[in-house]
Design a protein around this ligand. Structure first.
Ligand SMILES: [Mn+2]
Length: 322
């Protein structure tokens, strides 16, 4: 596999070269793919171009728990004039409303690089390709094709995004090219142990919380689901809220799994749906959500509506699997 710049990659690189101020954006409740894309891009620009000021926007208000120990915190707010004059680059975000901080609208020009299904166009340059498992793989390919300096630090951020969005290469969104790109990243020599430890090491309270959610889980008609009561995260000392849907992965006979929790920040109920090979983003869309084919999210006004979601999922699985 040779890395040659595609037309859209050339345009993105040209725009990056033409601006001295660059603002980078990630999505709400950012994951390693979103933050990894931003931190890698900042590092890549800093390594290759002098005289540019690159800022990741929203870090001053983001809960530092999201940054883990991989991403360095930055508490300085960004001035309006910086944003006004800057090129904004949004990674891993499918719609304008989901951009964290919402300040991308102030930028002089916008670029978007994303691997979610295309639902909205809001940047003048967009490279959208849902066949990629991670936005970080897209950035890795652009950096490799550019033949510019690709440091171990840049590679480590991208690696974090790729291993999490592919579930350590177990999800079937993983492409043959993902392994190839990852081999290039790993050969830069960063410490994989550091990255793995910071992503996968859990403390006792997380184990206790996992066990609690497993006890709440139900399995009915090939669907596994868990409703996490309001306040449960707090009770267990879990700071950043997650749906915990991943703990229902890989249960024999289960085709679709889901979890619901109360999001204190958004003041509403948020759910996740997963499957191995049954598209479920269509069901998520019925309940104020959307996402990837086999991994999607939804919102409910009340947890009393959750049985409706589960009923739809059960019926849907039955239709497909009978
Ligand atoms: Mn992603």
């Amino acid at each position: 596999m040779n890395f040659e710049l595609t037309d859209v990659q050339k345009i993105i690189l040209k725009k990056i070269k033409s601006y001295n101020k660059i603002s980078l954006f990630f999505h709400e409740r950012p994951d390693f793919d979103a933050l990894g894309s931003c931190y890698a891009l900042k590092q890549f620009i800093d390594d290759n171009f002098s005289g540019k000021d690159v800022k990741v926007i929203g870090l001053d208000t983001l809960d530092p728990e999201y940054l883990g120990i991989i991403f360095s915190p930055e508490f300085e707010p960004i001035s309006e004039s910086f944003l006004d004059e800057s090129l904004g680059i949004i990674s891993d975000t499918s719609n304008s409303a989901r951009v964290y901080s919402g300040k991308h609208v102030k930028c002089k020009e916008l670029i978007r690089v994303d691997h979610h299904p295309e639902v909205e166009n809001f940047a003048s340059t967009e490279w959208i390709d849902p066949t990629y498992p991670a936005a970080c793989q897209m950035w890795a390919e652009l950096f490799l094709a550019s033949k510019l300096i690709f440091s171990a630090t840049t590679a480590s951020y991208l690696y974090a995004g790729i291993i999490t969005d592919t579930g350590r290469f177990l999800h079937y969104n993983t492409l043959p090219s993902t392994y190839h790109v990852t081999s290039k990243l790993v050969s830069t020599g960063f410490s994989r142990a550091n990255i793995h430890n910071s992503i996968y090491t859990r403390d006792k309270k997380e184990i206790m919380f996992t066990s609690y959610v497993i006890k709440k889980a139900k399995i009915e008609d090939m669907v596994a689901y868990a409703l996490i009561p309001r306040g449960a995260h707090k009770k267990f000392g879990i700071h950043v809220q997650f749906s915990m849907v991943h703990i229902l992965n890989d249960i024999k006979g289960v085709q679709i799994w889901s979890a619901l929790y109360y999001d204190e920040n958004a003041q509403g109920w948020k759910g996740s749906i997963r499957s191995n090979d049954i598209p479920i983003n269509n069901v998520a869309e019925m309940f104020n959500g959307g996402g990837h084919k086999f991994a999607a999210g939804f919102s409910l006004d009340s947890d009393k509506d959750y049985p409706k979601v589960i009923e739809v999922l059960k019926k849907y699985v039955k239709e497909i699997r009978q």
